[in-house]
Design a protein around this ligand. Structure first.
Ligand SMILES: Nc1ncnc2c1ncn2[C@@H]1O[C@H](COP(=O)(O)OP(=O)(O)O)[C@@H](O)[C@H]1O
Ligand SMILES: [Mg+2]
Length: 271
């Protein structure tokens, strides 16, 4: 989705907007069937995303992640849903009959495609993210990170042996993302997996994407508060392991890279 129409708008703000009376009048809220292992299995199979969907890895607020397979090859399958959630208040209120009122499939498909596309960009830039495989409707597949079909642990749950090394790697990836005009937006020890002794960044739906914005070299600076929040989260987490870092300094350093890119681009035009 190169011309992302809503690069700044978070899922939550869309959810709020869509749940307004006005959105209801446009018919965006629909009675949706329950997503079950069986229905996901059938959909994933029909859309050639997976030959098998084995089990649920995680059921979050907006999406469920499954362990799936393409033949013998394990995959993570993320399925977006926009209705009742274990944590949500909205869904509970709207439960109806066999199905639940949620957001139309095109909105779920939009979020799946958007996350997939951002993953692709991050992957191509060299960031440690699960290699995106394929997307269809409200789902996408990516490399399964884990050993023996056990998902890799979250950063928050591991015993970190070399905190400074891991911290530096994460910050390096934040910098790389920024160089391709992406800010994760929800970076924390909950959205970093530790796999093969390396940090892997996941869960990009809150990401801000400035790449297709006109004047991206300057408008990317508008993302500073969110970039700073991401960096602060990481600094705070690692401070308890004795890593001292100044989030403001790192944030400025990160943002100064874009100036360098701009100068390089400008000088290549002159040549
Ligand atoms: N590629 C992957 N490989 C292994 N486990 C994954 C993968 N992607 C996600 N998970 C697991 O699923 C959980 C939820 O995924 P995430 O993308 O963070 O969605 P949510 O929006 O529900 O937080 C993660 O905390 C992780 O345990
Ligand atoms: Mg998450």
């Amino acid at each position: 989705m190169p011309n992302d129409p809503a690069p700044y708008i978070s899922k939550r703000s869309i959810a709020l907007r869509e749940s307004s009376k006005e959105a209801g009048a446009r018919g965006r809220l629909q009675d949706l069937p329950e997503i079950t292992l069986e229905s996901v299995r059938a959909d994933a199979h029909a859309s050639h995303l997976a030959t098998e969907v084995q089990s649920i890895i995680s059921a979050g607020k907006e999406a469920t992640v499954f362990l799936a397979f393409w033949r013998d090859f394990p995959l993570a399958l993320k399925v977006y849903r926009y209705y009742s959630t274990p944590h949500g208040k909205r869904g509970k209120r709207k439960k109806m009959g066999g199905g639940k009122v949620g957001f139309s499939k095109d909105i779920m498909a939009y979020w799946a495609a958007r996350e997939f596309w951002i993953l692709e960009r991050a992957f191509r830039a060299g960031v440690n993210v699960p290699t995106p495989a394929r997307h269809s409707d409200n789902m996408f597949t990516a490399r399964f990170l884990g050993e023996d079909l056990q998902p890799a642990p979250l950063l928050k749950d591991v015993d970190i042996k070399h905190p400074k090394r891991i911290f530096d790697k994460i910050i390096e990836q934040v910098f790389t993302l920024y160089r391709v005009f992406l800010i994760h937006g929800d970076l924390s020890a909950f959205n970093i997996l530790m796999f093969q002794d390396e940090p892997w960044i996941i869960d990009f739906p809150q990401a801000i994407d400035f790449a297709s914005r006109p004047g991206r070299h300057s408008v990317v600076a508008e993302g500073r508060p969110i970039l700073l929040r991401d960096i602060k989260n990481i600094c705070r987490f690692f401070s308890r392991f004795g890593v001292n870092a100044d989030a403001e300094v790192l944030c400025n350093e990160c943002m100064s890279q874009v100036g360098e890119t701009e100068r390089l681009e400008a000088s290549s035009l002159v040549r």
